[in-house]
Design a protein around this ligand. Structure first.
Ligand code: PLP
Length: 240
């Protein structure tokens, strides 16, 4: 791997061919039976606006960002493009206002306080803010996300707000080296999602799977996969 401190920006042909490759893997990972294709969310954290623009030129419309401030700067530069923005990183309550104003989806809602802050700040002129509840499926102390037992209460809180639209669940399962363990986590999430959808008919989204495991996630029911590295290449020399 080339460890030059500043790797040259990928040419857009490379981006487009990686984009096509990911889309075809998504299609091939679909279990038989005619569900609609899972959505590809391009995770663009640490990528500058010009690379997002280049990927958008390949036909990619949905982008995921982890940090509110970083995302706002890019959104300003890319305001001429009709992109859909998802916040996938942990959200502090004091950033709820810009998040509610500037994103289309918040995938990292894991507590009541955040629900009410987002509802209060979603501008009236915009459609309701799409919300995913982030679940901590491995029960690790260090990670964000609510416990599975807290989903029902949070869902009711979200559904009670007109400015919010509950769409489903998001999770970042531990990248367990044994694919059977990963599959177990994905299956647990699929069941939680089914329970939630039974009580909230608008629920249609299960966000799980990243560059290393999005095909497995799709085989186990993911409707949205969050892919960074497989599209943009490694994020930083240290990760190469
Ligand atoms: C960075 C990130 C991703 C993408 O990870 P890759 O392995 O680069 O595909 C997906 N989801 C979340 C929440 C992330 O923070």
């Amino acid at each position: 791997m080339n460890l030059a401190p500043e790797s040259p920006p990928a040419r857009s042909e490379d981006l487009c061919s990686r984009h096509r490759a990911v889309l075809s893997k998504i299609e091939n990972a679909m279990p038989a039976g005619g569900r609609t294709n899972p959505t590809l969310l391009a995770v663009s954290k640490t990528q500058d606006a010009s690379r997002i623009r280049a990927l958008a030129a390949c036909g990619q419309r949905r982008f995921g960002e982890n940090y509110v401030q970083e995302a706002l700067a890019k959104q300003d530069v890319l305001a001429d493009l009709a992109l859909e923005w998802h916040l996938i990183g942990p959200l502090q309550s004091n950033k709820a206002k810009p998040a509610a104003e500037r994103f289309d989806w918040i995938q990292s809602v894991d507590r009541d306080k955040l629900v009410h802050a987002l509802a209060r700040h979603r501008p009236l002129g915009r459609p309701p803010l799409n919300i995913l509840i982030q679940v901590n499926i491995d029960d690790e102390d260090s990670k964000s996300g609510c416990a599975p037992g807290a989903i029902a209460g949070l869902a009711d809180a979200i559904a009670s707000h007109e400015r919010l639209r509950l769409r489903g669940l998001m999770a970042i399962p531990e990248p367990h080296p044994d694919p059977r363990e990963r599959a177990r986590a994905f299956e647990a999430l699929r069941r939680l999602q089914a329970d939630l959808a039974a009580r909230h008919p608008g629920v249609d989204t299960l966000s799980m799977g990243m560059s290393g495991d999005f095909e497995l996630a799709i085989a186990h029911g993911a409707t949205l996969v969050r892919v960074g590295t497989a599209l943009f290449g490694p994020r930083a020399p240290a990760e190469a």
